[in-house]
Design a binder for this molecule. Structure first.
Ligand code: TPP
Length: 457
């Protein structure tokens, strides 16, 4: 429910706030570099506020006649706005749960938040000046109550240790659910048309996500697309069986699709729907489907190496099968301690693990030659005595053939292999990110090597 008496009071308070923000040099310095127009639409009072920081001097205005242009739109109630200014609203969470609907260059808008921090002091001052001390008292009481609740929770929470599962957990039971196919399918080399179909599917799936994210329809703060890297997913995963295990990263949609996930349930998962693969509780970065061996995507960079190690251990010591454990990772992850710890143990324990490092030249916004002392990732495997290869990740056909032979080697001798695959992502590290750190010529060069165009040709 709105905390304001009426629309007039709301407009008066927010106008006073923005007047004061524009007259606070400390805040204005922080906002200076961000040329942006943000439109706030307040649904309960049916009013819009434009904050226009695109010109020399910032201005604000309410309800212009006709539609004025804007870069980002934030749709919310006046209650959410009040909570925001009272520092009682977690913005990314509010966007994820659609309490606030954000449309347009959301990342750009979120960048303004640190600069606005000093403004949080101004809002309570204005409320007091406008005779709304009652709202300040309410907020203070709520804060006290919340603190008390946490304290109480700590005291009453107890664990019934007898109900915990005994250790060691039964890996066999954990890793072989009934829904998994009993016998592995014999491996057949993927047909070029299957490679192409898979790459098309991944691209179409992710292009839809790019559009939906821009529209504010995906309940997440960040989504990472692999457009441009589809040949890697297809070239590796079409050589796998449903009983092989797969661990992937924050950029894992393609791998999971190529491993055979149900597209509808996967899309539902990313939309946070109950019909999703994980009942909508995981989302883009945690899609999991054990029925096809997908142990999960993972937002923790480097974590997949350790999970893949575990799956390799289970294959060797519990399943005693010729399945393999595949780990997808990015070039940025090879500087994590987890990479080195996992490589050591995988080699030492001689586990059937295929590590595929997708070298798309960038870890977030940093080029590989600025984040890695040794940019030839393949070479790192030799430190652990692991056989390694380097492949062209934009040539689906040759990649698939070379991968097939590496995978067969792992199945037959049970030993790990590392493959560095050279590729490129077309979109930002996350959607909406403008990629200012990438030279235009480099982007052009890789567009010419598009994996789908190449296979079609
Ligand atoms: C342990 C950890 N550190 C940092 C991050 C923040 N982070 C998310 S993605 C990313 C870069 C990963 O780069 P890379 O491994 O090359 O994968 P790509 O994004 O290129 O697919 C970073 C540093 C994280 N999620 N987890």
């Amino acid at each position: 429910m709105t905390p304001y008496k009426d629309k007039e009071e709301f407009v008066r308070i927010l106008s006073a706030l923005w007047d004061r923000i524009f007259n606070t040099p400390e805040i204005m310095q922080g906002l200076a570099g961000e040329k942006i127009i943000v439109r706030f639409r307040f649904t309960d009072f049916d009013t819009t506020l434009y904050i226009d920081n695109s010109g020399e001097k910032p201005i604000y205005y309410w309800d212009p006649e006709g539609d004025a242009p804007f870069d980002v739109e934030m749709i919310q109630t006046t209650e959410a706005s009040h909570k925001f200014w009272m520092e009682d609203l977690n913005v990314p969470l509010a966007i994820a749960t659609r309490k606030v609907i954000a449309k347009g260059s959301v990342q750009k808008a979120l960048k303004l938040l640190p600069a606005l921090k000093p403004a949080f002091k101004l809002y309570p001052q204005i409320l007091a000046e406008m005779g709304r001390n009652d709202l300040l008292q309410k907020a203070a009481a709520k804060k006290r109550k919340r603190r008390f609740k946490w304290f109480k929770r700590k005291v009453v929470r107890t664990y019934d240790l007898s109900k915990l599962q005994p250790f060691p957990l039964s890996l066999k039971k954990e890793l072989q659910p009934e829904e998994r196919p009993p016998e592995p399918k014999p491996s057949e080399p993927p047909h070029p048309l299957d490679l192409l179909r898979t790459m098309y599917t991944i691209r179409a799936f992710e292009q839809h996500l790019a559009h939906a994210f821009k529209e504010g329809d995906i309940p997440t703060e960040a989504i990472h697309l692999s457009i441009g890297q589809e040949a890697v997913a297809a070239g590796v995963c079409l050589n796998l069986r449903p009983t092989d295990y797969l661990n992937t990263t924050h950029r894992g949609h393609g791998h999971i699709i190529a491993k055979g996930a149900d597209l509808g349930r996967m899309m539902a998962e990313i939309y946070g729907k109950a019909t999703g693969l994980c009942k909508g509780k995981g989302g883009s970065m945690h899609v999991t489907d054990r029925s096809i061996g997908v142990l999960g995507a993972n937002g923790i960079v480097g974590a997949g190496y350790l999970l893949g190690l575990g799956a390799g251990f289970a294959i060797k010591h519990h399943e005693k099968s010729d399945n393999i454990s595949v780990v997808f990772a990015g070039d940025g992850s090879v500087n994590q301690g987890m990479f080195h710890e996992a490589m050591n143990m995988i080699a030492l324990m001689r586990l059937p693990v295929l590590v595929v490092v997708e070298n798309n030249l960038y870890g977030e916004f940093t080029r590989i030659d600025r984040h890695s002392a040794v940019t030839d990732i393949q070479k790192r495997a030799s430190a652990y005595g692991i056989e390694s290869y380097q492949m062209d990740g934009n040539d689906a056909l040759s990649l698939s053939r070379e991968m097939a032979s590496v995978i067969e080697k792992i199945r037959s001798d049970g030993l790990p292999r590392l493959v560095e695959v050279k590729t490129y992502r077309y979109h930002g590290h996350m959607e909406g990110e403008p990629q200012v750190y990438k030279p235009k010529e480099e982007q052009e060069e890789f567009l010419q090597k598009d994996p789908i165009d190449r296979l079609e040709a």
